[in-house]
Design a protein around this ligand. Structure first.
Ligand SMILES: [Zn+2]
Ligand SMILES: [Zn+2]
Length: 201
């Protein structure tokens, strides 16, 4: 359970700057569309690229975004900590609300506070949406290969390169059973106690 947490921590994708000016689209009739090729680094540390198609559709109150994206992320194997390539694909379906009317230049009240917005310069920035959706499809436990043997918990040796000299780990449940077995196979003391009690009588 613990390494699941840390594995997920490793997968943080920074927002990218995938922004597009939609001032033209906002002045067009409802149903107008634009298609873009999306190609951006997943984060500043170059852990992979996010690529795919992005469709923008003008609605009566917003710009609808539909994106089908994929990325090959360079993550860390949850078992052996070596680099692991993780291909992911994800879709984005979101509504981006204008904050300024493209025709009049007057502020617009956003109908759904907290939703994605188009800024004062009519820039629609997909970065945060891509980050959020990508995180949902990042594997909790990235693996360098499905049968990765991982590291020995005692000495840290990479078990993909062969066995180490550590004694086999004993399962705590098995240890409890062994203790119980020891107790049961000590009949001498028991008979001694019995004798004492019978003597008292
Ligand atoms: Zn591994
Ligand atoms: Zn070991």
């Amino acid at each position: 359970m613990e390494d699941m947490e840390t594995a997920h921590e490793e997968c943080v994708i920074e927002p990218i700057h995938a922004s597009v000016n939609v001032s033209q689209l906002l002045t067009e009739p409802v149903g107008s569309t634009r298609r873009y090729e999306f190609d951006e680094l997943a984060d500043p540390e170059d852990r992979g690229r996010v690529q795919g198609k992005v469709d923008l559709i003008r609605s009566n109150r917003s710009v609808l975004v539909h994106a089908a994206l994929s990325a090959a992320l360079k993550l860390e194997c949850a078992r052996c900590l070596k680099p692991a390539k993780c291909p992911i694909t994800f879709e984005i379906n979101e509504e981006f609300f204008p904050t300024i009317d493209a025709t009049s230049g007057l502020p617009v009240k956003v109908p759904e506070p907290g939703g994605f917005t188009i800024d004062h310069n009519h820039i629609l920035d997909l970065g945060e949406a891509v980050r959020q959706y990508a995180l949902l499809s990042v594997p909790m436990k990235p693996l360098c290969r499905p049968d990765c043997a991982g590291l020995c918990p005692a000495c840290g040796k990479d078990l993909n390169k062969g066995r180490c000299n550590c004694p086999p780990e004993t399962d705590p449940r098995w240890a409890a059973l062994q203790a119980l077995k020891k107790k049961l196979t000590r009949p001498k003391r028991r008979t001694a106690v019995k004798k004492k009690t019978s003597e008292r009588k």
